[in-house]
Design a protein around this ligand. Structure first.
Ligand SMILES: [Fe+2]
Length: 178
């Protein structure tokens, strides 16, 4: 198949999954790009939080094990809303673990052992970075008057602030949570 024929097939395939939206091509491209990157960060934070849930040890095992599990569930629940929002905008979204690793801006932690206090601090920093990126994406939504994506992000911003707060409080003088 010639190069032109191949690119025609590709654009026909793309047209097949396009969704009608009144926000315009630029909004679709800009917001889809921002939300897909957030989605990759979200999957990465989900896995790190689960990683710490599985590997935490020490005197506060029960508290931290439970906190990380609750936070991981909340983070995972964001992913479907983000991905479907991109599809409603007419964009395409993530397709694989490889795709996530190409887009994620947050770093993984493959260390054999991580001190529980370092787990709390690292997750808090990651949640705060995610917060900053969600706020940037929210600004972009405002520019394009995309109130629907903005409203999804507002809820997630509130949740991430709460996670960062819990992680901060849990890390105070190695305190126990009740
Ligand atoms: Fe578990």
């Amino acid at each position: 198949m010639s190069k032109t024929a191949k690119s025609e097939v590709r654009s026909r395939e793309r047209a097949r999954i396009n969704t009608p939206t009144d926000l315009g091509d630029r909004a679709r491209e800009d917001i889809s790009g921002a939300v897909n990157a957030l989605l990759a960060d979200t999957f990465s934070l989900y896995l790190k939080t689960k990683n710490f849930h599985w590997h935490v040890s020490g005197p506060h095992f029960r508290d931290y094990h439970r906190l990380f599990d609750e936070q991981a569930a909340e983070i995972l629940s964001m992913t479907d809303d983000l991905a479907e929002r991109v599809r409603r905008l007419g964009g395409s979204t993530l397709r694989s673990i490889g795709h996530i690793s190409r887009l994620q801006r947050s770093s993984d932690n493959d260390a054999e052992y991580v001190d529980p206090q370092d787990m709390l601090a690292e997750l808090r920093e990651d949640n705060q970075s995610l917060l900053a990126r969600m706020r940037e994406a929210h600004d972009l939504c405002d520019e394009h008057r995309d109130v629907a994506t903005a409203s999804i992000l507002e809820e997630f911003i509130n949740d991430a602030e709460k996670r960062a707060w819990f992680l901060f409080e849990a890390s105070r003088s190695g305190g126990t949570m009740h």
